[in-house]
Design a protein around this ligand. Structure first.
Ligand SMILES: [Fe+2]
Length: 211
């Protein structure tokens, strides 16, 4: 049984623990004072553990670690520029965390559009923005998990976000630029999950790989 984070974890990286385990305990420690943000992060992390099974084995720990860590930029010990994706990525890079994880955290869920609004685009662009199923899957996990960590549809998530933050909020304003990209990431991941589901069902039914 993994720890949910908390006392006794010094946050050293890489340490002895696997990347995903370190990510989970580190996020739990950093977000201990932000219980709702931690509840959301737990929901995203747990969802990523399931979604990762649809990815290539080499990509699974990368997705899971990024999911647990994606919102650490809100933590008091991490917050600096105010753009939580950038602050989280910088913190992780400073610890020597793998570049892919830093890049995924930096660019998650349409960060570039928000960065452009606040003049932090060049700083964010210092982190690689990989495009593909792992990036899509991280956005999917974030965008289909409520602030309390419960599974929701993308539509419900966006409606809630707009109602909670209001029309002048940067994240809400950025939706005009990144809304379609967010929806695309969710749609592609749902398709991937469906295709894996049908393939596995076909194999179970026929006792052989479905062709
Ligand atoms: Fe999030």
């Amino acid at each position: 049984m993994l720890s949910e984070g908390g006392p006794g974890l010094d946050g050293a990286f890489p340490g002895e623990a696997p990347l995903e385990e370190w990510a989970r305990s580190t996020a739990g420690r950093l977000l201990a004072d932000l219980p709702r943000r931690w509840a959301h992060s737990k929901g995203v992390g747990h969802k990523a553990e399931e979604v990762a099974l649809a990815l290539e084995p080499v990509d699974r720990p990368v997705l899971i670690a990024a999911a647990w860590l994606h919102d650490i930029g809100y933590a008091g010990a991490v917050r600096a520029s105010g753009l939580h994706q950038l602050d989280g990525a910088r913190y992780l890079a400073g610890l020597g965390v793998a570049g892919r994880v830093c890049g995924l955290v930096a660019h998650h869920s349409g960060a570039a559009s928000v960065a452009a609004l606040v003049g932090l685009g060049p700083q964010l662009a210092e982190f690689p923005d990989e495009r593909g199923p792992v990036r899509d899957a991280l956005w999917y996990c974030d965008l289909t998990t409520s602030p309390d960590g419960l599974p929701v549809s993308l539509r419900t998530r966006i409606v809630e976000l707009c109602a909670r933050r209001g029309p002048d909020d940067l994240v809400v304003r950025a939706l005009a630029d990144n809304g379609a990209e967010r929806a695309g990431a969710v749609r592609r991941t749902e398709s991937l999950l469906l295709s894996v589901h049908f393939r596995q069902n076909g194999e179970a039914e026929h006792g052989r790989p479905a062709g």
